[in-house]
Design a protein around this ligand. Structure first.
Ligand SMILES: *[C@@H]1O[C@H](CO)[C@@H](O)[C@H](O)[C@H]1NC(C)=O
Ligand SMILES: *[C@@H]1O[C@H](CO)[C@@H](O)[C@H](O)[C@H]1NC(C)=O
Ligand SMILES: *[C@@H]1O[C@H](CO)[C@@H](O)[C@H](O)[C@H]1NC(C)=O
Length: 637
């Protein structure tokens, strides 16, 4: 009975044990044994001692044939049956087994036989820092405009680190620079690196910036990986063109040909592309400057489009603008000085000119004139002179005025006309000159008295001459001109007051012909003297005198009948006249002296003698040689 009870008791114990074993299995199911090992441990590395862990005796474990079973054979573990050590059979890479899953726990079972016993277990593979942070792109390119304001942030590609936890990516650094700092932003995916612009970029100063971005993990020691960040600065038209010089000063000779290169201006724009492409134009140019200059928009060459004239414009101020493709502009000034050439001859302007100057006077201002030359410097300096063999000189007065003055009293009778050439030359090279000839006539002054050809004359006349007989001629000349030389003859009062001169002779006032007024009688008067005067018509008149002595020659004493007056009617002679002499006028201009003889009705022509000097040529005795022809032209009754 007790045995039964014992049997019953043992059975119950077994059942309880089984229960507990089953319970133990069940418990093992729910609470697996936890082991851990670092990744990358060498094959054969120790994981755990199963004897100790499972509470088995040495030998028991070996007898029960322990086996490790893992799903998918991920774990490669072996158990040393003698020692009970569970060892790694190969290296394990946590990242390969679990990726980013953390913790990396791989479940497995330890199976014992006789009796069958299964222990649930799991092996945690601990991360070690065996991976560096890695950037997928070794070069990160950012294109940033230089106009972007400071404070702007730029996301950049992040690095990756296969390790997890503190061995994963923890930090980024950027190489020291003047423009950016790094800002890190947390995100569900990890740290996001961002570049923050601290200081504005300037393409013209630094067109490209290279930075080194380093990613750090939290391992001990930390591992790092880096990438180059290349920042290309994009151009903005932030620079206006700038001229090399703000003021260009040039000198251009006047009369330079059209197309002459006056200057080349040059501006620079540090921007690139169209922002730096320049075009030159005339700027704020007056009409006159537009007419005179042209600028080549591309080359900046300033050219002449018309000739310069120093006398018209001496300087030009040409403003030139350079504009870039973005519309920014800069300007400069070309100051053009026109250089004078001696291209203008001097000019003479006559203000006053006497064409006639009186003789005998000194210091007469003949002409007043001014000279000018629009050129400048020596080209416009002048000298002025006349021929040096003339009795005139040039006197300089104010400014460029000159007077032409007579040096001495002039004598018209010596020289009545002067041609004075005034020569003006400038001192330029070549010298240019202007000549001006004036003609000056010396006007007459009555400074010469008439002069008789002889101081005394002796005339002979045969007695019983016919009344009106031409006794002879006196002649005086006057060197003056015009009325000052017009001589009038007259008889002056005789020295002998008893001489009845007025009845003896007469004188032709213009011609100086002396006539007998009556027949002379040798027996009564053998000779007499007459004073003749010659006076000119000047004012006052000048005169001179000569003495004429008339000697009467003896003849027979038959006195002819003398009739008076001597004037005979025109072209006809009265038939009653016998032996008559007289002067007459045949038509207006023919004057004559005629003598006829014979009884009334039988008139015979004796002689006819013309008086007008230019009427007929006269013989030595002053008598016409053409009596016969005259005879035919008269009618006698
Ligand atoms: C990251 O690195 C910088 C520079 O070495 C350091 O100043 C900063 O404290 C670090 N940040 C973290 C979170 O470790
Ligand atoms: C002065 O010039 C005029 C005109 O040319 C000329 O007829 C005249 O003969 C000249 N007189 C003298 C004195 O040279
Ligand atoms: C004209 O008459 C005069 C006076 O009789 C005389 O002397 C002279 O010879 C005559 N002339 C001629 C040409 O016949």
């Amino acid at each position: 009975m007790e045995a039964g009870k014992e049997k019953e008791g043992v059975q119950t114990q077994r059942q309880v044990l089984l229960f507990f074993v089953l319970l133990g299995i069940a418990q093992a199911d729910f609470e697996p044994r936890h082991y851990s090992v670092a990744e990358e441990m060498e094959s054969g590395s120790f994981v755990v001692n199963l004897l100790k862990d499972l509470g088995l005796e040495i030998g028991e474990l070996a007898a029960r044939g322990p086996r490790v079973i893992s799903k998918g054979k991920k774990l490669n573990l072996q158990v040393d049956r003698q020692t009970g050590d569970m060892l790694l059979n190969e290296k394990m890479d946590r990242e390969e087994l679990c990726g980013h899953t953390e913790p990396c726990v791989l479940p497995f079972q330890v199976l014992l036989e006789n009796p069958l016993q299964i222990f649930q277990a799991e092996l945690q593979i601990r991360d070690i820092n065996d991976n560096c942070p890695v950037f997928l792109d070794k070069e990160i390119i950012l294109k940033i405009s230089e106009s972007i304001p400071p404070g702007t942030t730029f996301l950049i590609e992040r690095a990756q680190d296969l390790d997890v936890g503190s061995n994963g990516l923890q930090n980024y650094t950027i190489s020291p620079n003047f423009h950016f700092h790094l800002k890190l932003q947390d995100s569900p995916d990890g740290l996001l690196p961002q570049l923050v612009l601290d200081k504005a970029l300037d393409r013209e100063e630094q067109p490209e910036i290279r930075l080194t971005l380093t990613a750090l993990d939290g391992g001990t020691p930390p591992k790092s990986g880096s990438a180059q960040v290349r920042i290309e600065v994009l151009d903005v038209n932030d620079h206006a063109p700038e001229f090399a010089k703000l003021l260009y000063e040039v000198q251009v000779p006047e009369n330079s040909p059209i197309g002459f290169l006056v200057a080349i201006v040059s501006a620079n724009d540090v921007d690139i592309g169209t922002n730096g492409q320049l075009s030159y134009t005339l700027f704020q140019a007056s009409e006159n400057i537009r007419k005179t200059f042209r600028i080549n928009a591309e080359s900046g060459e300033l050219l002449l489009t018309q000739k310069l004239d120093f006398e018209a414009v001496q300087t030009y101020t040409v403003n030139i603008q350079a504009t870039d493709g973005g519309g920014l502009s800069g300007s400069c000034v070309v100051f053009v000085q026109v250089m004078d050439l001696n291209d203008n001859p001097p000019e003479l302007t006559m203000s006053t000119l006497l064409s006639h100057i009186p003789e005998n006077l000194q210091d007469i201002v003949v002409a007043v004139f001014s000279v000018s030359d629009p050129d400048s410097g020596d080209n416009g300096r002048m000298v002025c002179f006349i021929q040096d063999d003339l009795p005139f000189f040039l006197k300089r007065s104010v400014e460029n005025f000159y007077t032409l003055v007579s040096k001495e009293a002039l004598d018209r009778e010596e020289r009545a006309e002067y041609n004075i050439t005034i020569t003006v030359t400038d001192l330029g090279s070549p010298r240019l000159k202007t000549e001006h000839t004036i003609r000056v006539l010396v006007s007459d002054v009555n400074d010469n008295a008439p002069t008789f050809t002889q101081t005394s004359y002796t005339l002979f006349v045969r007695e019983n001459n016919s009344p009106g007989l031409h006794l002879g001629t006196v002649s005086a000349t006057d060197r003056d001109a015009g009325t000052n030389a017009q001589v009038t003859y007259s008889l002056l009062p005789p020295r002998d007051p008893h001489l009845a001169l007025a009845s003896l002779v007469s004188i032709h006032a213009d011609r100086g012909h002396l006539f007998a007024l009556r027949a002379l009688d040798f027996e009564a008067l053998r000779a007499f003297e007459v004073r003749v005067g010659a006076a000119d018509a000047g004012s006052p008149a000048l005169s001179s005198e000569a003495l004429v002595r008339v000697e009467v020659l003896d003849d027979n004493d038959h006195a002819p009948l003398v009739l008076y007056p001597p004037s005979v009617p025109e072209g006809r002679f009265p038939s009653h006249l016998v032996d008559v002499c007289g002067t007459g006028t045949l038509s207006q201009s023919y004057q004559y002296e005629v003598c006829l003889t014979g009884a009334s009705g039988t008139n015979e022509f004796k002689y006819l003698k013309p008086i007008l000097p230019n009427f007929l040529s006269q013989g030595a005795d002053g008598v016409s040689e053409t009596n016969a022809s005259f005879r035919n032209s008269f009618e006698f009754s």
